[in-house]
Every structure is written in C-alpha cells, then in structure tokens.
Ligand binder design. Structure first.
Ligand code: NAD
Ligand code: UDP
Length: 335
C-alpha cells in the first residue's frame, strides 16, 4: 500500500464495525455509493488511485468517523480485513480509458483478481461494476442479460469492453471454484453531479459546452442512441442487488430504458441551459455503438427496481452542479 491517509481512523474502524471496501470510491459513482453506505451506518474504506477520482468528491465524507481512504492502485495486491467489497475502480470515460489502455486492462483483470482473492480470503461478499459495453455494438435491441454481445476484441474500446468481460468471467470462476459470494451489475450510461467537467462523456461535455457558450460537439450525425440513468436511481439499484434477500449471482442490467439520440440530447441541453451554443459535427469514434437501451425485466422482477428520475429532472440537477463548478473562484473546472 503506497500512501495511507487517516490511518489511525482506519485502524480503529477495522476493530469493530461492518467494514465495506469501495474500490474507485473517489470517482463519480463511487463517491455517491460511499455517501449512501455511510448514511446507512456502514464503515467505509475507499481505495482509489485518484487517476480520474477527486478528493473534492470525498471532502464532505471526511466528517464521518467511519470513513477512511487509502491511495492505492488495485493492480497491486492489498490486504484489508473487510466484510464487503464494491469494485468500481476503472476509468469509465472513453478518452480516459483509452489514454493508457494497458493499465485499463490491468485494472479490470488484475485489479478484479486482487479484490476477488481478498473476498475469498475474508469471505466477503463482492460486487462488480460491469457495463453495458459487454454488449458492444448490439444486434439485439433492447439488450437483455442473456444477450452475449457483439464486441470487437481488437480496437480502441477493447481494453475497456474486453477487460470488463474478463472481469465478469473471473467473478463467475471465483463463485464456481471457491464459492465466493458475487454480485454483478451491468451499468448503462449514468450521469449526475460529481462527474468531472473534463470527464469527456457526452452529458458532461454537452452541459459544460452549453454553459460556456462553446460549440456542442456531436460525434457522427448524432443519430446513435443512448439511455441515460440518473445517479441516485443507479445507487438504489446497486443496493437492491447487493442486499436482496435471495442472492443473485448472475449479471443484472441497471439503467433507464428511456432512449434518445445524441442529437436529441444536445437539443435538450441547449434548450434547458438557454445557451447560444451551436452544434458542430465531429467524426464518429471507431466502434461507437449505434444503439443502447437496457432491458430491465430482471431488475424489475427480482429487485422491484426501476428508475424514478425523469431525464429533465436529472439534467436540471446536473446542470446546477456544473454551474457551481464553473463559478469556482479559481476559474478552474476541476481539482
Ligand atoms: P470514474 O472515472 O469517475 O470513477 C472511477 C474511479 O476509479 C476513479 O476514482 C479512479 O480514480 C478509480 N480508479 C481507476 N483505476 C484505478 C485503479 N487501478 N486502482 C484504484 N482506483 C482506480 O467513473 P464512474 O463513472 O464513477 O465509473 C465507476 C465504475 O462504474 C467503473 O468501473 C465503470 O466502468 C463503471 N461504469 C460506469 C458507467 C457510467 O455511466 N458512469 C457505465 C458503466 C460502467
Ligand atoms: N458523444 C458525442 N459528443 C461528445 C461525447 C460523446 O457525440 O462530446 C457521443 C459518443 O460518440 C457516443 C455517445 O455520445 O455515441 C455516448 O458517449 P459517452 O462517451 O458518453 O459514452 P459511451 O460511448 O461509452 O456510451
């Protein structure tokens, strides 16, 4: 372990309470998850290398005595006695995961292996943040969990897509071979406060561009579709899967089935921000999926889960968050 922060706190937490390790806890989704776990009285250890995560996402959690964080790359082994593990560690935005594709692959494969070994050793339940990218550029629409996908193993997105697919396989293997108690969520595009302004994904790009009066960069002709889930709905889905009375050891889609084109998203964000920005068209990235929409029948049936936040409401909160980020005195968008 390289640098340990608040180690006294960490040591005292380890002696008594139910301990939850959140790998990737300083990121967009991970920080919301840490917050929910702390609010519910769990003791949380966030493990993060801060490659895309930010201290700013955790600052408000430092008031909890039950919260600790450790700067650590999960590609290196770690040993912390814990009862539960959530693995969210992995860059999620295409420009970030493609910046160091070898490390992205190592994070999903070797990082997951390290956490699974930890789970096996301490008999901890372990949760994997998988992705709709396991379906690739899908030939089946909407995508049910039973669809095996259409993924290119040899391209710029492969480090992420195939890394996540391999991680799912490792979870399956540890469950079959060692009886590790696994949960796997396949997350569809999720947005909300605490995304980095320079994250590079479509919702944050369009909102920041609209608020700054810059051109809105639509890739391709904007006819490709995505289905966007608000972060609070997603975290509720994580919870229901992790703590459902009957253990579900197979992957479960969590996402909002409301599907729209990237062009429609641009129009909606320009309208909601009252921006004077104009749309410009850039080349479509290689292997960019044409369409994406979750079939959430399993989540509805097994978890009683479905999204509750309409896109307009989620975008409203997200726009308000980015407005606050842009008003920061330093003029800097991110720490
Ligand atoms: P994010 O980039 O904000 O968070 C990822 C976090 O993991 C960051 O804090 C980063 O510093 C940390 N991290 C990356 N590599 C690491 C390593 N080797 N060791 C330790 N920490 C490391 O992204 P996010 O949107 O919060 O995504 C969280 C998880 O959910 C990821 O695993 C991602 O693949 C998955 N996911 C997210 C979405 C989405 O729409 N947000 C969709 C599908 C899957
Ligand atoms: N996209 C876009 N402009 C941007 C960023 C992304 O048109 O500034 C497109 C991208 O090509 C893709 C969709 O929006 O078709 C969603 O991209 P994102 O990176 O958010 O997620 P993913 O491709 O992983 O679903």
């Amino acid at each position: 372990m390289s640098i340990a922060f608040q180690s006294a706190k960490l040591q005292s937490d380890l002696s008594s309470q139910r301990r939850v390790l959140v790998a990737g806890g300083a990121g967009f989704l991970g920080s919301h998850l840490c917050e929910r776990l702390l609010q519910d009285g769990h003791s949380v250890i966030c493990v993060d290398d801060f490659s895309t995560g930010r201290l700013e996402n955790l600052r408000h959690l430092l008031n909890y005595d039950t919260f600790s964080f450790v700067r650590h790359d999960i590609v290196e082994r770690l040993d912390l006695p814990v009862n539960e593990i959530y693995n969210l560690a992995c860059p999620a935005s295409p420009p970030h995961y493609q910046a160091d594709p070898v490390h992205t692959m190592k994070t999903s494969v070797i990082g997951s292996l390290n956490l699974l070994e930890l789970a096996a050793h301490y008999q901890a339940r372990i949760f994997q943040a998988s992705t709709s990218e396991v379906y690739g550029d899908p030939h089946v629409h909407p995508q049910p969990e039973s669809y095996w996908g259409n993924v290119n193993s040899f391209g710029p997105r492969s480090c992420y897509d195939e890394g996540k697919r391999s991680a799912e396989t490792l979870f399956y293997d540890f469950h079959q071979q060692y009886g590790v108690d696994i949960r796997i969520v396949r997350i569809f595009n999720t947005y909300g406060p605490r995304m980095r302004p320079d994250d590079g994904r479509v919702v944050s790009n369009f909102i920041v561009q609209a608020l700054k009066g810059e051109d809105i960069t639509v890739y391709g002709d904007g006819s490709q579709t995505r289905s966007f889930c608000y972060v609070d709905d997603l975290i509720e889905g994580f919870y229901r899967l992790m703590y459902s009375p009957q253990a579900i050891h197979t992957p479960v889609n969590i996402g909002n089935p409301g599907e729209l084109t990237v062009g429609e998203l641009a129009e909606q964000i320009v309208g909601m921000t009252g921006s004077s920005s104009k749309v410009v068209y850039h080349p479509l990235p290689v292997d960019d999926p044409r369409q994406r929409r979750p079939d959430i029948t399993v989540a509805q049936r097994e978890l009683g889960w479905e999204p509750t936040v309409a896109l307009a409401d989620g975008l409203k909160s997200t726009i308000a968050y980015f407005e606050r980020q842009l008003r920061k005195p330093s003029g800097k968008l991110a720490e």
